[in-house]
Design a protein around this ligand. Structure first.
Ligand SMILES: Cc1cc2nc3c(=O)[nH]c(=O)nc-3n(C[C@H](O)[C@H](O)[C@H](O)COP(=O)(O)OP(=O)(O)OC[C@H]3O[C@@H](n4cnc5c(N)ncnc54)[C@H](O)[C@@H]3O)c2cc1C
Length: 340
């Protein structure tokens, strides 16, 4: 179904009401194949939009937005004897509905990723992560359709080049494939990951250490810390946590005692962007309706009538002050779409 001049307010979690020149709602894989066979008739540029929970629009979109609504979550293959099961979700399935379904069925592996906004189709693109778990650990394969000719391509996990909030779909293959269905390998005898102390404490408060309680604990923590985009527009963490050489982290820690540093891969450490931003005095600051959340400095918010440009401007000023104070160049996690 093709729509023209669509207001985008309800299609992005910042609630920014720019317009899209064209939007094509794609309900099935067959429909996607048909549309991409006729790729040359689509008004360019093209943008694939999931739940719009990691996108900052800064102007009207003069091109075509592809909006996959492919549904269905199902068990593909039971390998209970081997301790796992393969399940799949269509690109348009709400991610948290899928997590809730999996947990109710007793399938483990993605419970720590409860309540992350967005659609299943974006999970391999973003390699979403929270509370010590990344979705790459559960993704078996990703079914896609090539936008330039409508052909189907299936990426195995090891072909997705997963990294921290990163994948092949954000790099060399960016914008080339529409993810239509994602296959996850979940465990039927859940191996719970309570490596985050705060999560362990919250689970203990709830009683038994079960799959359902881990999901509930994640939900409780997230609700207490993060603004609900239905009420206050935001896109979660605006910046990635910087990864630096251990030697850089040590120098900074000597200069700024109390600075949190986490182990990353061999020889590298991860710093906490939220802490760096907070130390620069940004928490709770506002430029009109564009602001830094008062509880979590990593989250930029739209208090009502902010424009994408204002939020972008705020993010640039934050980047500058973190660079001036710590010599660290923050990288945006949120994708900026539009004219800046
Ligand atoms: C309150 C809040 C909390 C959040 N917490 C977390 C968190 O804990 N961890 C985390 O990792 N993220 C978090 N996020 C960010 C966001 O929810 C994730 O990045 C999510 O996966 C984005 O999904 P989406 O469907 O909204 O994708 P969109 O924002 O619409 O798109 C993101 C990218 O994926 C591409 N894309 C989307 N769908 C497809 C598809 N079917 N095929 C190909 N490309 C596609 C888009 O083109 C774009 O490049 C949070 C966001 C909010 C608002």
């Amino acid at each position: 179904m093709i729509f023209k001049n669509i207001p985008l307010g309800k299609y992005n979690t910042f609630g920014l009401n720019y317009k899209a020149e064209f939007m094509i709602q794609i309900e099935t894989e067959e429909e996607a194949t048909d549309i991409f066979h006729k790729n040359n008739t689509l008004k360019k540029p093209l943008l694939i939009l999931g739940g719009g929970s990691n996108i900052l629009f800064t102007s009207d979109y003069r091109g075509t937005i592809l909006y996959p609504q492919i549904g269905g979550m199902k068990v593909e293959k039971e390998e209970a004897d081997n301790g796992y099961i393969i399940v799949s979700a269509g690109a348009g399935v709400n991610w948290d509905d899928f997590v809730a379904w999996s947990v109710n069925e007793g399938f483990g592996g993605i419970e720590n990723l409860s309540l992350i906004p967005g659609k299943a189709g974006a999970t391999p693109v973003q390699n979403i992560g929270a509370y010590g778990v990344e979705v790459k650990e559960s993704i078996l394969r990703v079914k896609t359709i090539n936008i330039s000719d409508g052909s189907v391509r299936i990426f195995r996990n090891d072909e997705c080049a997963f990294g921290y909030r990163n994948s092949i779909f954000k790099n060399s293959e960016k914008g080339k494939y529409l993810v239509t269905r994602v296959y996850y390998k979940l465990s039927v005898k859940p191996l719970l990951n309570l490596s985050y102390e705060s999560l362990k404490e919250e689970v203990n408060k709830l009683g038994e250490t079960t799959l359902k309680n881990v999901r509930q604990a994640v939900i409780n923590i997230r609700r207490s810390k993060l603004p609900d985009p239905e009420i206050t527009g935001n896109a979660g963490s605006f910046f990635k946590n910087p990864v630096v050489k251990n030697s850089v982290a040590e120098v900074l820690q000597n200069e700024f005692p109390g600075m949190p540093v986490y182990r990353d891969t061999e020889g590298y450490s991860k710093l906490a962007s939220g802490w760096l931003i907070d130390q620069c005095g940004w928490k709770g600051k506002r430029y009109g309706d564009a602001g830094v959340h008062e509880k979590q400095a990593l989250v930029l918010v739209n208090y009502g009538k902010a424009t994408g440009i204002e939020i972008y401007g705020l993010s640039e000023d934050i980047k500058k002050s973190v660079l001036d104070k710590f010599g660290i160049r923050l990288e945006r996690e949120v994708e900026v779409v539009g004219v800046i």
